[in-house]
Design a protein around this ligand. Structure first.
Ligand SMILES: [Zn+2]
Length: 677
């Protein structure tokens, strides 16, 4: 057998993984070796005869598990963006093994004894600020993982963690299955209403799937959403809509409903074991929000105004539909279609007129140049580096002095084997514990590939959003690996990404980068003005679909008796209790709500986007007040947030940037929900 490339030293430039040489069968032995190595390292720390010190315990732990981390990052990146049956099988096999491995570390009494000892005398250790926070966080993480439980409780914690890891993996795989299983194959005659970009993308998708001469709509948001927005065929809109919102709801092997049930029961048990009333209380205890009441207060501040705005929007849509000769009430599959028509009528603006100005390459350049002006970093494309898919582009990031900052991979297109949504991840995080390690950051989007690829304004915003996360990883200056970049509290991690979106909408950006793909002409001033005016349009809808999902999340994770939950009945009950407008659906229905159930990252945490929006809307106002969206002093203070990772408390970071506590008014104004409107 030839050498396993995952175990051999990596000699590719910049520390990139040797993608071409890695085969699925290389992962299991590499995972096994990685776990063994880390357990040996941990045992050496835990059983050490030397008295615990920050260096021989906390720093030694930070150094442990390097092989496992390296292998895991390659595996989980590829099983998200370039998966296949072999990787899926390994993911199912290793999810519980990796969880068990983590439990063995977190529940090791000797190791925790040393951490607890250091924690108890932390004020006497002469620690720097980041070290103090690292020790406190480590202690807290162990306690929250069950380190204080009796042996039976620890045993149960480990079982729960292992089973949850399996369930999360299956949940995500089932969603992907349902998305890839379904397609709407159309003839040219069925394309009524679709603008050229949507026809091109549907033709491309058909060609990719070997259905030449026809058109394919898939359940990727970038395919189905334009179809729902433009297709004048109500019957086909309904078909597509129902398929989209029924992902995960099909009886049989890929049904996500029983998985949700089991996940909720186990999470509730986990919380109880640790002394919390519910999983939401447990999760929020370690967040900026701190308690469910704070989250509920925030959600209720937007919920009623959003419903009022949506009700007004619905009336306008219904009137438009009637003028167009339909008496049918607006249904869920009609909203986007009539909203787009109304937007055209009201602002004299239509998506098909806007998109030719939003060429993917130009928007990427806009994101890069914004980073240069704000933070002094440069992006230069590099050819000939090893990659895992030909669509991926790679950039070397340098500072203005020419120093290497990191590597940035841009993986922008939807394709078979790639999970839906958009996300940032890393192949390596920056640290300087033992010399400088530069980050390798990746952004994934799911744009419909075409020639040229034209984006909607929302898609360009997503690009900027993920790029904001990317900068959080690239600009990290934290010295310890576990404090790098995005390792912050979940309800703070969306701040660097969401505030970055504001620079897309800055007229300075649009005048320069929104140029027509054929003529190269800049977006006409008149169209630009109308585009910006229309930004509040349909925000009642957007706020309602999002906030309902956040309320549903909290309801699931505060329910006192999850064992009795029937997923659809529960969803229905929440929807009717909160007074959900019947023409609008929850943004993610439970059986494909991957934020909640394909991992625990956003479980009882979907509110985080809105929480962070209070900060980003208020934070960007600082630039508006300064009269310069690139005001250098503010930009420098903002860069501190991107650079700090988890070395400081998030509210402290925000106060240092803004000079005062955040206020909600900017968010309400931004979404058109302020009292006067
Ligand atoms: Zn995000």
């Amino acid at each position: 057998m030839t050498e396993n490339p995952l175990l051999a030293p990596w000699t590719e430039p910049f520390g990139l993984p040797p993608f071409a040489a890695i085969k699925p069968e290389h992962y299991p032995p590499a995972f096994d070796r990685g776990m063994d190595e880390q357990l040996a390292e941990i045992a050496a720390i835990a059983k050490s005869a030397d008295a615990p010190s920050f260096a021989n315990t906390v720093e030694a732990m930070e150094r442990s598990g390097q092989l496992l981390g390296r292998v895991s990052r390659v595996f989980f990146n590829l099983s998200s963006s370039a998966t296949n049956d072999a990787l899926e099988a390994i993911a199912r096999d290793y999810a519980p093994k990796l969880a068990e491995h983590q439990s063995r570390i977190n529940l090791d009494p000797d190791l925790f004894g040393r951490i607890a000892d250091l924690h108890a005398r932390r004020e006497t250790l002469g620690l720097a600020t980041d070290q103090m926070r690292l020790l406190e966080r480590l202690h807290l993480d162990f306690v929250r993982s069950g380190a204080l439980l009796d042996p039976a409780g620890k045993q149960r914690m480990a079982e729960i963690s292992g089973r949850l890891a399996t369930l999360h993996t299956l949940f995500g795989q089932n969603v992907l299955h349902d998305e890839e299983d379904w397609q709407l194959v159309l003839d040219a005659a069925d394309l009524e209403g679709l603008p050229e970009f949507a026809r091109n993308a549907a033709a491309q998708k058909a060609a990719d799937r070997g259905i030449a001469g026809r058109y394919v709509i898939t359940l990727a948001r970038s395919s189905v959403e334009p179809f729902l927005t433009f297709s004048s065929r109500r019957d086909l809109r309904q078909t597509a809509y129902e398929a989209w919102t029924n992902r995960g709801y099909h009886d049989g092997l890929h049904d996500n409903r029983p998985l949700i049930h089991e996940i909720l029961v186990l999470r509730a048990e986990l919380a109880r074991l640790l002394g919390y009333d519910s999983y939401a209380v447990y999760r929020l205890d370690d967040s900026m929000a701190k308690e469910t009441a704070a989250v509920e207060r925030l959600l209720s501040q937007v919920w009623e105004p959003a419903k009022r705005k949506a009700a007004a929007e619905r009336i306008a849509l219904q009137e438009l539909a009637m003028r167009e000769g339909t008496n049918a009430a607006i249904a869920k599959w009609d909203w986007r279609y009539y909203a787009e028509k109304l937007r055209q009528a009201k602002y004299d603006i239509d998506e098909a007129e806007v998109k030719p100005y939003f060429v993917l390459e130009n928007m990427v350049q806009a994101a890069f140049d914004t980073a240069h002006r704000l933070f002094g970093v440069n992006f230069a494309e590099r050819q000939g580096l090893p990659l895992y898919h030909p669509d991926v582009r790679v950039y070397e990031v340098t500072d203005d002095a020419g120093g290497h900052v990191g590597i940035f991979l841009h993986d922008n297109f939807a394709r078979t084997g790639k999970h839906s949504g958009a996300w940032m991840s890393s192949f390596r995080d920056r640290d300087s514990l033992d010399g400088e390690v530069a980050p390798i950051i990746v952004n994934n989007n799911n744009f419909a590939k075409a020639t040229p690829t034209l984006l909607s304004f929302d898609e360009a915003e997503t690009l900027f959003h993920e790029f904001g996360h990317g900068l959080h990883g690239l600009l990290s200056r934290a010295r310890y690996p576990s404090q790098a970049g995005t390792s912050v509290r979940r309800d703070f991690v969306e701040f660097p990404s969401q505030i970055y979106e504001h620079w897309l909408a800055a007229p300075e950006t649009l005048r320069k980068y929104a140029v027509h793909y054929e003529t190269g002409a800049p977006i006409p001033e008149d169209l630009l003005r109308r585009l910006l005016e229309a930004r509040n349009f349909d925000q009642g809808f957007a706020t309602v679909e999002y906030t309902a999902a956040a309320l549903l999340d909290i309801a699931f994770h505060t329910d006192p008796s999850p064992a009795t939950i029937d997923v659809e009945t529960f969803e229905q009950a929440v929807v009717s209790r909160i007074g959900m407008p019947p023409e609008i659906a929850v943004r993610h229905r439970p059986a494909h709500f991957q934020h909640l159930f394909s991992g625990s990252g956003y479980a009882a945490g979907y509110y985080a986007y809105l929480w962070a929006e209070v900060l980003d809307a208020d934070g960007f106002e600082a630039f508006a007040e300064a009269g310069d969206v690139f005001e250098p002093h503010l930009a420098a203070r903002l860069k501190d947030i991107y650079a700090s990772g988890d070395t400081r408390d998030p509210m402290e970071l925000y106060l240092a940037f803004r000079g005062r506590a955040p206020r909600i008014e900017a968010l309400l104004k931004h979404r058109g929900l302020a009292a006067a409107e």
